[in-house]
Ligand binder design. Structure first.
Ligand SMILES: [Zn+2]
Length: 131
């Protein structure tokens, strides 16, 4: 595993931590780090609400990247309660595809940090409606 993945994992760990914000909102059970093409790491946590207003950690991190004026994703890493394993949900994949049509295939997604398993978004989204 290269040093950049380790830095991303540390960054995601730094914002990880479940909190109850109100009777209706919790956050931080999942965290994510996105590496932009410029090499900067952006983080985000999941936000869960009782009426589907929340957001996945990955999309929150991508929105953080966009908020800071960057639009190209290089890598995505997520720390989930499932021992950090798993792929981004369909909504997160869809956002990445729409953000980088024709170029999303090469985004590296950390699938299992403990094993260093990485997949390309193009492998995770075959036959997508946008090429
Ligand atoms: Zn998602």
């Amino acid at each position: 595993m290269d040093k950049i993945w380790e830095e991303m994992h540390k960054a995601a760990e730094a914002v990880l931590g479940a909190v109850t914000i109100s009777d209706y909102v919790t956050a931080g059970e999942v965290s994510a780090a996105v590496l932009s093409k410029s090499g900067k790491i952006y983080t985000g946590v999941c936000i869960d609400t009782c009426s589907t207003l929340g957001i996945c950690a990955e999309r929150n991190a991508i929105f953080n990247m966009i908020t800071n004026g960057e639009y190209e994703i290089d890598r995505v890493l997520c720390i989930s309660p499932n021992e950090g394993k798993g792929a981004p949900c369909g909504a997160c994949r869809e956002l990445m595809v729409q953000l980088m049509p024709g170029r999303y295939h090469d985004i590296d997604i950390m699938i299992d940090y403990s094993k260093g398993k990485v997949m390309k978004l193009g492998e995770l989204t075959p036959q997508w409606w946008i090429d």
